[in-house]
Ligand binder design. Structure first.
Ligand code: HEM
Length: 518
């Protein structure tokens, strides 16, 4: 009998513990999914931040989806091939509509996550000034998704860790180190151009330029980041693309409770691909550490980093930084190059202008790093391309405490969505010719005549400005110097202009171009 009571008492106790644990879990969930968002919404409203009506649990996802579908239907009805650079309402129709209704600063919701949308450079400059800058981190809601790509590398790391990483990595991008990478870029570009020459001679002058460029940029990035070439470089690129496909899917539900379960298969796939990359990188790093002891010298970013960090980075940190170099550099650079091909095909006069400049600055000699600075007009063209078609169309932050901007408090935990495309296409900032391709606007003006310096930010802003921007200019100048010295580019009638926002800003369809040898 005693024993029987003991068992029933145990079951009674066990049942109570289960009920208490489940109740606590439910309360935590209720607080996370309901109480916190309602509180955030109330605080934001009290501080004058309003926006489109939101609903639980999707936030504004359905509105975004509906507007995008309406746009696709409208596009299907269009047969025109006219190229219009006024792309904000094409790539980001929901923001274009909400801006008309709520202005350049408003709140929208991704699931249960509040995002203050910012397309006002004045607001941006106040929020990122001085001590306020240190109060912003990167949104937690994206960190999980992007983990397979960036780990805890420089793009994602925050606070004192960011200061340590940035300080240690900066020398890897010094002019001396960049100089050592020029040959790698020349080699990969020349291989691509030799392939073009063979294809043209065989009677097929049409190239899918986006594909050509991503393959070459991938090769350059793998070589300059960690000296990987051939099969391994191709594998990196394959994994990157597969990861993007998987992650793009889950991105559609960012901020929605349990979105990880909804997108379980894709999340798992991205994680698996990320792990493959991690183990490949770990073996490269270990090999490099051994060869460094033997005195071998490597001119890529990993080589420079290993020399500078002197054992201060852990193996995981080194892997994450290598991933970051590759993933942060490859897509952004490839898209800047791709859109430039499109714009140069529309503007053959600019091809001639650049060819003249290349002849004057580089002549018939081999490309040397120190001469690249003389390609001034090419810098204008790159800036103008990045203005009209920014490879990084938005930037995000998250408040790490209550932050006051112009007398309005942004509550701790609120995310910020900075719409770079909107600012780069804002007639109030650039004037009536805002949607025209006019590289000369950058002649003698680093901000292209924008009325507010923060209105032009292709490489980000403040302390977290792109660490690889000089490297990106170098790759761009080397590639176009070689291309334009040998070929001219024109449009293939098959092109349909439809920039899409998929992670970055990319052509919605292929970019078929005709290439002729000079
Ligand atoms: C045209 C080419 C490129 C563009 C348009 C571009 C754009 C950007 C932007 C907008 C940011 C700031 C992101 C933010 O504030 O959240 C950024 C950061 C960064 N970029 Fe680039 N990037 C380019 C090329 C590269 C290259 C070639 C590398 C390296 C090989 C690179 C590595 C990084 C890293 C590591 C960061 C994080 C910096 C930090 O947070 O301290 N980027 N880039």
């Amino acid at each position: 009998m005693d024993q029987f009571l003991g068992v029933s008492q145990f079951l009674y106790l066990f049942f109570n513990v289960v009920v208490i644990v489940l109740s606590l879990m439910f309360l935590k969930l209720f607080k996370r999914c309901w109480i916190s968002p309602v509180r955030a919404q109330t605080k934001l409203r009290q501080n004058g931040f309003v926006g489109p009506a939101t609903s639980f649990p999707l936030g504004n996802f359905n509105d975004i989806k509906k507007l995008k579908i309406a746009l696709v239907m409208a596009e299907k009805r269009k047969s025109s091939t006219i190229i219009n650079h006024d792309i904000h309402s094409i790539a980001l129709p929901h923001f274009a509509l909400w801006q008309q209704q709520y202005g350049k600063v408003f709140v929208h919701w991704l699931g249960i996550e509040p995002f203050v949308y910012v397309a006002d450079p004045e607001f941006l400059s106040v929020m990122s000034k001085g001590v306020l800058a240190k109060s912003w981190g990167k949104p937690n809601v994206f960190k999980k998704d992007r983990e397979p790509m960036f780990g805890n590398g420089l793009v994602m790391v925050e606070g004192d860790d960011w200061t340590r990483h940035r300080h240690m990595i900066t020398p890897a991008f010094s002019p001396l180190n960049l100089k050592g990478m020029a040959n790698m870029m020349v080699e990969s570009t020349t291989n691509m151009l030799d392939r073009w020459a063979i294809q043209i001679n065989s009677g097929n002058p049409v190239f899918d330029m986006e594909e050509e460029i991503i393959v070459t940029a991938g090769e350059i990035s793998a070589k300059t980041s960690f000296g990987v070439t051939g099969e391994n470089a191709t594998q990196f690129l394959k994994n990157l693309r597969a990861m993007q496909l998987a992650l793009f899917h889950s991105h559609r539900y960012v901020g929605v409770p349990f979105s990880g379960i909804l997108d379980f298969k894709q999340t798992l796939e991205a994680k698996g691909l990320g792990k493959e990359i991690d183990s490949l990188l770990l073996s490269i790093i270990n090999e490099r550490k051994r060869s460094l002891v033997e005195g071998d010298d490597h001119h890529d970013l990993l080589g420079s980093l290993l020399k500078a960090e002197k054992g201060e980075f852990t193996a995981t940190e080194l892997v994450d930084e290598c991933k970051t170099f590759f993933f942060a550099g490859v897509e952004t650079a490839a898209l800047a190059l791709t859109w430039t091909f499109m714009l140069l095909a529309i503007h053959p006069k600019w091809q001639d202008t650049l060819r003249d400049e290349i002849r004057q600055v580089i002549g018939d000699s081999e490309i040397e790093y120190k001469k690249l600075a003389g390609l001034k007009k090419m810098s204008w063209v790159m800036n103008e391309v990045l203005r009209l078609y920014p490879s990084a169309p938005n930037a995000q932050r998250q408040a790490r405490r209550d932050i006051e901007v112009n007398g309005r408090v942004i509550p701790n935990g609120t995310n910020i969505w900075i719409d770079v495309v909107a600012m780069h296409h804002d007639v109030d900032l650039w004037g009536d010719d805002v949607n025209e391709f006019k590289p000369e606007r950058f002649d003698g003006d680093l901000h292209g005549g924008c009325k507010n310096k923060m209105g032009f930010m292709p490489f980000g802003f403040g302390g977290r400005m792109c660490i690889g921007r000089n490297m990106a200019f170098m790759e761009y100048k080397i590639l176009f110097s070689l291309v334009l010295s040998r070929f001219e580019i024109s449009f293939s009638p098959g092109y349909r202009h439809s920039p899409k926002h998929v992670f970055s800003l990319r052509p919605g369809y292929d970019l078929p171009l005709i290439v002729r040898a000079l």
